[in-house]
Design a protein around this ligand. Structure first.
Ligand code: C2E
Ligand code: MG
Ligand code: MG
Length: 784
């Protein structure tokens, strides 16, 4: 169908060319033939455009009918007579062009959603420019050479400006997102031909060009008619008039360039063609003044709009939209000015970075909008406090506000000011009728005595101090000092080195046995990560896991640790180093559990290593379950469903809500070292551990005591009924390649008196135990 229509649209163009060459449209027959052809073209093309392409019939009907009219009406000019300049011809001519203009103007309006004042002003300037040309080239010569009255001459000259407007409107249509395809190109060609036709006709009437050129004019109009018909028949016309097409605004530079031409060309014409009569001079002067006036107004308006936009842009780039406070850009420049002043005034400015504690929680619990209101309220309160001490305030980012005090005097004075601000923030904020309590951490930096500091460095110091305040437990103030800088540098150094540590094979796992107290049998191992840096230093997890968590590297490291631990276990079982029931425990960070792919990672590690899932224990901590319970629950359920077992690590150190044990699919609790330390000597600790063990057992959980360091502790644990123990007493964590010798060294643990229900005295048992040869590993009972 589309192909047929495309062909049809080209048939119009071909027909037009053939008709032009072959049909003599002179005399009554010729005219009637021409009118007939024009009518058929008009009806057919409008029908196709409307019915098949969904173009509102108004456009094709208007465009083609007016085109057909212009074409057929102009034919007398070919009879060799003088061109018709009768008022009736001119009026009909103007009406036809006006109808066209109105039709296209509606199309533009529909696409652009209306006209702005600027559009109207531009249209007026173009119209005035075209009128100057029409006056000089058509109307005035008509008066001079064909004795027409001024009114009739102007009427005859009007169709030219209207055609110009038509072309401008089509350009606006194209610029407003009208798809540039075959049909729109054809439309532009059609209207441009119409414009050329109008211009030539005007010039013929006014005898500026020879009457013989009328043949050519007919050809041009004929071309316009058939090209418009081709446009409305072409399949692409539907897309051109599609109202859902995206709209774009007209490029201001293009617009001004068009306006410039509309000003320059008429003015050049005025200058080049000398005035012939008083009326001519009056008309030229009036039209030119109007043209220059409207052009200048337009230019002034463009300058004003651009100034306003520039100002708005500048304000936006310097002001925080939410609170209306200066943003980071303005803050930096304010700090710069204040720092410049310090040399002259010998003042000591301070920067106070106020950061809301756990703003994420506020966001999660109150929702984004109310959290934003809290920020606005906070901003307003801080603005008041800053005003009281004559300081600047800014909101450089998120939940962070900065107060720049021009002269804090001394660090002690600055600290006192920070304290009063800190206290003022502890008052609740009332948002939407709800009282919201927030706490804040404040980082304070005072300009050093030598005053050599850049604004960025000054801000960085306040930021470092804020991090220290957060690290100190939040809800407090920290004053920057040089040592903080060192620790930050160290941290950054560590962070950089940690990237790629997995690829560089700098991470390794050590393994610590977990022993059944009843039998002394090694039931499994806990894999504990170590980082051997390129300078040979061995870094404990406590010193780098938190960095890995902060940076997100923990996901890569954790996945590596999981696969590595399982692969080692597989090897030990295969080589007969451990029994095939031996388990491996792997520690998992909250951030890993939050990863939606975590369960898949576990599954992949199990598959790749070939270790049955029930031999894997994942050790999780309470923090994740408390902060993101939903995610934790669903992830843990997924891994549990695979057959993997879950242990709650460091039990007793956090909130230790008993409900956690019911809500999450846990099979083991590991009592934290802190309680085991006192289990032998402190009654309180002992009774607490007893309660935990009793509770765990009653819930069917496996209970492991962590950090068992003495025989006394082990004996108490045995008496209490604790299932398993782990600690330096039995063995320090050992590297994987020392596993064979460690297993040999630990093979006889069951025979030691303090395991199981043996009655020998523990201390004697140790000394009497057959000690294997000393190894490089550090199993506690046997090697130390
Ligand atoms: P954890 O999971 O509670 O591991 C037990 C920690 O206690 C280990 O410290 C172990 O060496 C230490 N320990 C064992 N027995 C004794 C003892 O008798 N006395 C004393 N004082 N300490 C003992 P380590 O290896 O430094 O690990 C510290 C923590 O780092 C682990 O605590 C665990 O939370 C974390 N961690 C270790 N490896 C990984 C890992 O691969 N991934 C993640 N996310 N965390 C890990
Ligand atoms: Mg652990
Ligand atoms: Mg632990």
């Amino acid at each position: 169908m589309d192909r047929a229509l495309t062909t049809m649209s080209w048939v119009w163009v071909t027909l037009g060319i053939i008709a032009l060459a072959a049909v003599p449209f002179t005399g009554t027959t010729g005219r009637l033939t021409a009118i007939g052809i024009a009518a058929v073209v008009c009806v057919c093309a409008s029908y196709v455009g409307w019915q098949i392409h969904g173009v509102t019939p108004l456009y094709p009907v208007v465009m083609l009918a007016s085109g057909a009219y212009l074409f057929t009406f102009d034919l007398p000019a070919r009879d060799g007579d003088m061109a018709d300049v009768s008022p009736s011809e001119a009026v009909i001519d103007v009406i036809a062009n006006l109808v066209l203009v109105v039709g296209v103007a509606f199309a533009v309006r529909a696409r652009r959603g209306g006209y702005s004042r600027r559009d109207v002003a531009d249209g007026l300037t173009v119209l005035l420019g075209a009128m100057v040309v029409a006056w000089i080239a058509i109307a005035n010569p008509l008066i001079e050479r064909r004795d027409l009255s001024a009114a009739d001459a102007i009427l005859n000259g009007l169709s030219l400006p209207l055609s110009v407007i038509l072309v401008v409107l089509i350009a606006a249509l194209l610029a407003s997102g009208l798809e540039r395809n075959r049909s729109t190109v054809l439309l532009v060609v059609a209207l441009s031909l119409n414009l050329v036709g109008d211009l030539m006709r005007g010039l013929i009437k006014s005898e500026v060009i020879d009457i013989g050129a009328a043949d050519f004019v007919t050809a041009v109009y004929f071309g316009a008619l058939f090209t418009a018909a081709a446009a409305f028949t072409h399949p692409s016309i539907g897309r051109a008039f599609d109202k859902r097409a995206p709209r774009i605004s007209v490029n201001a530079t293009h617009r001004l360039a068009v306006l410039g031409c509309c000003l320059l060309f008429p003015i050049a014409l005025v200058a080049a063609v000398p005035g012939e009569s008083t009326l001519d001079r009056v008309m030229r002067t009036t039209l030119t003044v109007l043209l220059i006036g409207s052009g200048s107004l337009r230019l002034l308006n463009a300058i004003r709009v651009s100034n306003r936009a520039e100002h708005e842009l500048l304000t936006r780039s310097q002001v925080d939209e939410l609170t209306g406070l200066p943003n980071r850009v303005q803050l930096i420049s304010a700090i710069g000015e204040v720092l410049d002043d310090t040399w002259r005034t010998e003042s000591r400015p301070s920067l106070m970075q106020v950061n809301l504690d756990r703003f994420k929680n506020i966001n999660d619990s109150l929702g984004h909008e109310l959290a934003n209101e809290v920020l606005c309220e906070l901003g307003a309160r801080l603005r008041g406090l800053a005003r009281d001490i004559g300081a600047h305030i800014a909101r450089p980012s998120g939940d962070e506000f900065v107060i720049l005090d021009r002269d804090a005097g001394s660090p002690a004075h600055a600290f006192a000011r920070a304290e009063s601000i800190h206290a003022a923030l502890s008052e609740p904020f009332v948002v939407d009728g709800v009282s919201v309590f927030v706490t804040s951490s404040i980082g304070l930096a005072v300009v050093p005595k030598n005053r050599t500091i850049t604004p960025e460095e000054f801000l960085r110091r306040a930021d470092i101090a804020t991090h220290r305040a957060k690290a100190n437990g939040r809800n407090c103030i920290a004053l920057f000092d040089e040592s903080m800088q060192t620790s930050v540098t160290q941290r950054m150094d560590m962070e950089n080195a940690l990237y790629g540590a997995v690829e560089r094979r700098e991470l390794r796992l050590y393994h610590q046995p977990i022993v059944e107290i009843e039998t002394g049998r090694i039931s499994g191992f806990e894999a504990l990560i170590r980082w051997r840096r390129d300078d040979g230093t061995l870094i404990a997890p406590a010193d780098f896991i938190f960095i890995a968590e902060d940076t997100g590297l923990i996901n890569t490291i954790g996945a590596w640790a999981l696969l590595e631990a399982l692969t080692e276990l597989r090897r030990w079982i295969n080589e007969g180093i451990v029994e095939d029931t031996t388990t491996i425990s792997v520690n998992v960070s909250p951030r890993q559990i939050a990863d939606p792919h975590f369960a898949d990672i576990v599954q992949e590690a199990l598959t790749r290593s070939g270790v049955p899932p029930h031999l894997l224990w994942l050790e999780v901590t309470e923090s994740m379950m408390l902060s993101e319970p939903e995610i934790a629950r669903s992830t843990l359920r997924r891994v549990r469903a695979m057959g993997v077992r879950l242990a709650l690590d460091d039990f007793g150190t956090g909130y230790s809500s008993l409900s956690l044990l019911q809500q999450f699919p846990l099979q083991r609790i590991k009592i934290d070292r802190a309680f085991i330390q006192g289990v032998a000597d402190r009654a309180n600790d002992r009774s607490l551990v007893r309660t935990i063990v009793a509770m765990g057992s009653s819930m069917g959980l496996d209970v492991v005591a962590e950090g068992v360091e003495s025989i006394h502790q082990l004996r108490v644990l045995r008496d209490i009924g604790c299932d398993k123990a782990q600690g330096y007493l039995i063995s320090h964590p050992i590297p994987a390649d020392a596993m064979r010798s460690t297993m040999v060294a630990l093979s006889d643990l069951g025979s030691l008196g303090f395991f199981g229900a043996a009655t020998r005295t523990p201390d004697a048992a140790v000394t009497q135990a057959p000690l294997p040869t000393r190894t490089s590993v550090r199993p506690g009972l046997v090697a130390d």
